[in-house]
Design a protein around this ligand. Sequence first.
Ligand code: DON
Length: 304
Amino acid sequence: MTDLPAIVAQIAADMAGEVERGAVADYIPELAKVDPGQFALAVALPSGHVISAGDAATPFSIQSVSKVFTLAIALGRLGDSLWNRVGREPSGLAFNSILQLENEAGIPRNPFVNAGAIVVTDAILAGHAPKVVLAELLAFIRAAAGDEDIHINKAVARSEQATAHRNIALAEFMAAHGNLRNPSALTIGTYVHQCAVEMTTAQLARAGRFLVGAPGCPRLVSPARARRINALMMTCGHYDGSGEFAYRVGLPGKSGVGGGILAIAPGRASIAVWSPGLNAQGNSRLGTLALERLVRATGWSVFG
Ligand code: DON
């Protein structure tokens, strides 16, 4: 039997000694203020029991990890018709790239690059007020985590909104191709608030259990849908670093520029890790390293 508490504690201790921590995202001014010295690892078992170490009770900005929750909501609401507006292929490009949109008629490669996530948010907006959609998102995340104390950090949302030029460009470009249903200001306003959801690493680990597919986990999506969301996380969840993440970690994962990563060990556990310093692809540097070590120690890679 694997001694999970010892493994988790050892990884956190090892990470505390790492000097190369990567660079904190600074294109969202509010995120540039976060102390890069922080690290947390949390493993949530199907029962909801959490084993954690480090700064696992400190809230951080989940950013693109939110795209997993909005995708689950969009698929629940629209079913497979969502795939008329967004693809399911890795992009091989940066999360905020506009390059493929021109060649591919405004249909983003996948729901995790910014353009794709903006389409997903636009799809769930569908005539609803942004605050209704954001309340639904929070209700979903709170139900997944079994925790009501999860909120949106308004200062982070305002900070991103003020510098959202690229995302507005992506939205307008898709509008030009008929792939946006709401005014871009409404969709981007909703999107930046979704990205500004704040959670602790322990809360995020618990919230990922709906994708684990084991008895005891919250059943918020069907098993077939969970399997497909996991497939997209594996192939697209780390943008142009997805192949490297699959190679090193071997689990479906979704990163955010706040330094969080949610990884799913199907049938076993939901894992969250947080360290604000990022690698060149915008994914948490120590977060990836910690997951690599956790999987090595537990044998949890989906590739055996
Ligand atoms: O749209 C953005 O640029 C951010 N709100 C989210 C990007 C992000 O988290 C990319 N992940 N590594």
